[in-house]
Design a protein around this ligand. Structure first.
Ligand SMILES: Nc1ncnc2c1ncn2[C@@H]1O[C@H](COP(=O)(O)OP(=O)(O)O)[C@@H](O)[C@H]1O
Ligand SMILES: Nc1ccn([C@H]2C[C@H](O)[C@@H](COP(=O)(O)OP(=O)(O)O)O2)c(=O)n1
Length: 231
């Protein structure tokens, strides 16, 4: 059984790298950012005022969310609907930090995240006890500080902006990069007020992907896992 925790800023490659690592090691995959995105969609659809911390926290506590843990198809199901695409809209990307900085929301989602991780360490879950790769902003530090392998995935601001720009706008010219700044830089600034994901905590290994392609980054993370799980 192995638990792998991956944190990092927006566009560092957490989701794509963690999915590949989970596939290669036949583990479950948990995208905790998708849970904050689903919580935001849930609140927006119910017409909650995102500035009303108590109302938002209450709404999230009753949110009927199911997280798919298959790294080949990590679907997100909200009240029986597949919202995997809806949670990636610009509207949700812009609003999500308001929900992710709500401390009561964080407490509730961390509780659910720990439950999911714990279930994958026992027979019967998606991985049948093989383990899980969980990624986000506070997995190495708060959600699963006892994980077998803990990785902080970083990349230069320039690389992160370029990647996100290519992903969202299909281009990385100056105008496309400028249009991506809110989704990457402003959001990281807001998120960093409640989580520490720019500097590795004690025992967390930093993998800088600025000069690596996706495959090389996956190999680098697999090497960290092999090293820490062998010792
Ligand atoms: N090492 C890398 N080199 C080049 N592109 C990458 C690398 N890692 C991720 N990407 C690409 O960058 C984009 C953002 O990656 P993603 O995994 O969504 O990051 P995060 O989950 O950290 O926000 C995706 O289009 C992904 O394919
Ligand atoms: N463990 C986590 C995971 C995500 N978040 C917040 C931070 C982000 O603004 C949102 C969405 O996270 P997500 O990983 O989908 O964001 P990116 O795709 O990396 O830009 O949730 C968090 O506060 N704690």
């Amino acid at each position: 059984m192995v638990v792998i925790a991956v944190d990092g800023p927006s566009g560092s490659g957490k989701s794509s790298v963690s999915r590949q690592v989970a596939r290669r090691l036949r583990l479950a995959y948990l995208d905790t950012g998708a849970m904050y995105r689903a919580a935001t969609l849930w609140c927006v659809e119910r017409g909650e005022d995102l500035a009303d911390a108590r109302a938002v926290a209450h709404a999230v506590r009753v949110m009927p969310l199911e997280m798919g843990l298959d790294p080949a198809a990590p679907i997100v199901v909200l009240e029986g609907r597949d919202v995997s695409a809806a949670i990636r809209s610009t509207e949700i990307s812009t609003a999500v930090s308001a929900v992710a900085t709500n401390l009561e929301v964080r407490a509730e989602l961390r509780r659910r995240q720990r439950q999911i991780i714990e279930a994958e360490t026992r027979p019967g879950g998606f991985s049948d006890g093989a383990g899980i790769v969980a990624e986000g902003r506070d997995i190495t530090t708060v959600v699963a500080p006892d994980a077998d392998a803990r990785v902080l995935l970083t990349a230069s601001e320039e690389a992160r902006l370029r990647r996100r720009s290519l992903e969202v706008h299909g281009a990385d010219d100056a105008a496309a990069v400028e249009a991506t700044k809110d989704q990457v830089l402003r959001r990281d600034r807001d998120d960093a007020t409640v989580s520490q994901f720019h500097v590795a905590a004690d025992g967390v290994v930093t993998v800088d992907s600025s000069e690596l392609d996706l495959d090389q980054t996956v190999e680098a993370v697999l090497a960290v896992v092999a090293q820490v799980t062998a010792s």
